[in-house]
Design a protein around this ligand. Structure first.
Ligand SMILES: [Zn+2]
Ligand SMILES: [Zn+2]
Length: 198
């Protein structure tokens, strides 16, 4: 297990991705000078139960903006790796280090189960859009919209997540194909696999 993952808080004996939300949290609407209305969350990693598959809005936005790895929460200096589908046009999951992506793909049953449909996208950068909550429908579902940051503030909607728009220059792989090409990095530490870690 890479050291930056071994250092993560655990739940039920498994390291919990940095971006995951934790139970017992309260979500509130806060006012930010730059972003206008935002969804705030007071969860504390390591306290309560990990809500796997649910991203904390606060850490998701921080990860997207500061290019922090969604798995270990530390900065990514090299290529940005995202796990999703091979043809995804955008991502709500923050980018990962190569060795963190390898660990996630090999360790997470949720990802490996449907491995033909799982893809890995590698890029040098992305642009951000905002996922804002404009209101609530009669059936209590949320009315959401995706807006460029310049319009997000004036929309008055509550900023929930940031959306990474994947550039046309990104390299796209099926997860199995990418794993085969990179798997050596998971067992044999090399300069490429430790790049970006302090
Ligand atoms: Zn949270
Ligand atoms: Zn990482």
């Amino acid at each position: 297990m890479p050291p930056q993952i071994a250092a993560l808080p655990q739940d039920r004996g498994f390291p919990v991705p940095w971006v995951a939300d934790w139970s017992g949290n309260t979500e509130t609407i806060a006012l930010d000078p730059q972003d206008g209305r935002i969804l705030a969350c007071d969860c504390v990693p390591g306290r309560g139960r990990a809500m796997l598959g649910v991203n904390c809005a606060v850490r998701q936005r921080q990860g997207m903006r500061e290019r922090l790895c969604g798995t270990c929460g530390t900065p990514i200096t090299g290529h940005l790796t995202m796990i999703g589908t091979p043809d995804m046009p955008y991502s709500l999951e923050p980018a990962l280090h190569i060795d963190c992506a390898l660990f996630s793909l090999l360790a997470c049953p949720r990802l490996t189960r449907g491995s033909e449909r799982v893809g890995v996208v590698v890029m040098d950068g992305y642009t951000l859009l905002e996922d804002r909550i404009l209101g609530v429908n009669h059936d209590r579902s949320l009315i959401r919209t995706i807006l460029p940051p310049a319009l997000g503030f004036v929309s008055g909607g509550v900023l929930d997540f940031l959306v990474a728009v994947i550039p046309g220059t990104a390299q796209r792989f099926h997860a199995t194909e990418w794993l085969d090409a990179n798997r050596h990095a998971a067992t044999t530490p090399s300069p490429a696999s430790t790049e970006g870690h302090a």
